[in-house]
Design a protein around this ligand. Sequence first.
Ligand code: ATP
Ligand code: MG
Length: 187
Amino acid sequence: MRLFAAVVPPEEALRELGAAVDRLHTFPDADGLRWTGRPGWHFTLAFMGEVDEELLPELRERLGRAAHRSESFPLRLHEGGHFGRRALWIGAAGGLDAMRMLAERADAAARRAGVAMDEHRAYHAHLTIARTRENSDLRPYVDALSGFEGTPWTVSRLVLFRSNLPRSGTAGEQPRYETVESWPLEG
Ligand code: ATP
Ligand code: MG
């Protein structure tokens, strides 16, 4: 199964983001983007990819311990950015050091559970709102998000998600992301 660990913003923050993204949909080339599903909006902490079912008990155990050791932290949605011409995202501000620490612990938990994790890249907190279908210039979208600040909240849970890749012809049949388990941050 395909797994990743993430942080999910609360309803209020998601509503604020929804309103900002609605405005982006009015851009002339907005149809050239593949907008991500709103029910699935999240900040990925650690992407595990395909994980052998056998590893799941130990993975859950270790992620639970990582959450137990980690402190809750403040976060807010903050401006936009892009990765090349590929992805448009909303950034975060507030407890970014604590978030990076949580991401590193989730990564380490997965490694120790035997998950083959990609090489370390610098962690960059982002919530992907669109991916490109064509070679789109994402800068106008980022400019439009300049100054965007969401209401702060306290991140107090680590969530392990299963990602169901869409199979052609069965769109909407199963949830895109399913919660496997979530743990409170109690450090
Ligand atoms: P799709 O792949 O259909 O566009 P998706 O990227 O949302 O959808 P997944 O590929 O299962 O679904 O990814 C789940 C989450 O993990 C997303 O936030 C995605 O950006 C992130 N992710 C996916 N692949 C990687 C990777 N190689 N490294 C880091 N994060 C990744
Ligand atoms: Mg993907």
